[in-house]
Design a protein around this ligand. Structure first.
Ligand SMILES: Nc1ncnc2c1ncn2[C@@H]1O[C@H](COP(=O)(O)OP(=O)(O)OP(=O)(O)O)[C@@H](O)[C@H]1O
Ligand SMILES: [Mg+2]
Length: 383
């Protein structure tokens, strides 16, 4: 197929770290990008000529931003999907589709999608508001413990709570929500699948995610240390999910392995994902380049592992607010195979994702040892 580069080739809704890494790869292919984000100091703000400050949930802002680009994509799923639908009708290539974003941005709709498509996921119930849930619980219709999730606008584990009793329920905001069976999790995995318009599909190697107490990804281990059998099942389920969505672009599928070695879908994200940052150093193609290839309907690249690795998220330390300092960055740079990515967010706050470090090594155990050393040294603090 013919590929040419032009002005206004790609619009990206959201200007955070995912946008930044996507732009790095777009530069390689000479794809000019335009970005919209509500924050004028977002990580992408000084990377593109055409950076627009706008509300991602506002119809007019999204419509006006998207109407003169060739391909429109997202780096965050909380965007106005009515505007995206209108743009699709007018011929803009919107990938992922407005329909898929709409399904995924609401956890209640997303869970119903799994049910309808026979995709395994934990048992759940949906509620228009927490008062309805409390009513049921008072009538002893809920079995504790369970997991409560806000239907919309949850991210990085915010909007997820384990509920042990009725008192816990009374601390929740009165919003649309779901509850899920609390799964006994042996491991959390992620498989990222790319699909293009020609139905070519490629999955990245399965990774293992370890979380911290705030439900935030602490580290990603590539490849996942699981049996071949479980690995194959995880990949097959991820491919089946991406096909069910008829997805174009990247779909990141978060999975649970239960104590009985069952595999369940936790949730999906229709975009590059935190569990794929290591692909920049570890795989033959990065998730960001693969996303671009998928949405521009180019041949997808091989995702084979070049070298195993660990990705550590660098998040703001407790009690630190304000202009960010990366304390002891030199300590991390001394480690062989360590690459540091700093997102360029001006201010830090507790648990804010400020950067990440990928540590590659032919021996994954060695990478793990180095990761422990780095974890104890580098800290994101404020002035
Ligand atoms: N049903 C469940 N049973 C047990 N633990 C769960 C369940 N659902 C979620 N969790 C735990 O909470 C974490 C966050 O949940 P989830 O991925 O739904 O939230 P999120 O805020 O959308 O996350 P993120 O945006 O970080 O991906 C999961 O990775 C898992 O550790
Ligand atoms: Mg998640």
């Amino acid at each position: 197929m013919n590929f040419y580069t032009s002005q206004n080739k790609l619009g990206i809704l959201g200007g955070g770290q995912l946008g930044k890494m996507l732009i790095n790869e777009a530069n390689k292919l000479n794809i000019s990008c335009k970005v919209m984000d509500p924050n004028k100091e977002a990580p992408c703000s000084n990377l593109v000529e055409n950076f627009i400050v706008g509300d991602l949930l506002n119809y007019d802002d999204v419509y006006n931003f998207g109407k003169n680009v060739e391909v429109l994509t997202i780096e965050i799923e909380n965007v106005n999907t009515d505007a995206l639908k209108k743009l699709e009708e007018e011929g803009v290539k919107v990938y992922p589709s407005s329909e898929n974003i709409k399904t995924i941005q609401n956890k209640s709709v997303q869970k119903n999608f799994y049910l309808k498509n026979n995709l395994p996921s934990s048992f759940f119930k949906t509620y228009d508001n927490v008062d309805d849930l409390i009513n049921e619980a008072e009538n002893k219709k809920c079995k504790y413990p369970f997991v409560w999730k806000s239907a919309r606008f949850g991210y990085d584990g915010k909007g997820v709570k384990v509920i042990n009793n009725i008192e816990d329920l009374k601390t929740l905001p009165n919003i649309e929500c779901i509850i899920e069976d609390k799964i006994s999790i042996k491991k959390e995995l992620s498989v990222i699948v790319a699909r293009n318009k020609r139905s070519q599909e490629k999955n990245f190697p399965t990774v293992e995610m370890e979380f911290n107490q705030e439900n935030l990804v602490d580290k990603v281990i590539c490849p996942a240390q699981i049996s071949d059998d479980l690995n194959n099942k995880a990949i097959q389920l991820a491919l089946k999910t991406s096909r069910a969505f008829n997805h174009i672009g990247l779909l990141s599928i978060e999975l649970f392995i239960t104590d009985n070695d069952e595999i369940l879908i936790n949730e999906v994200a229709p975009r590059p994902h935190n569990s794929g940052h290591h692909t920049i150093e570890c795989c033959l193609i990065s998730q960001f380049e693969q996303h671009l290839r998928a949405i521009f309907n180019l041949n997808l690249g091989s995702t084979s592992i070049k070298i195993p690795g660990i990705m550590l998220n660098l998040v703001g330390e407790e009690k630190h607010f304000g202009e960010a300092i990366y304390d002891n960055i030199e300590g991390a740079l001394k480690i062989p195979g360590a690459s540091i990515h700093i997102y360029g967010k001006k201010d830090t706050k507790p648990h804010r994702k400020m950067g990440h470090i990928t540590i590659v090594n032919k021996d994954l155990n060695k990478a793990k040892e180095f990761a422990e050393i780095i974890r104890k040294s580098i800290k994101v603090i404020s002035k």
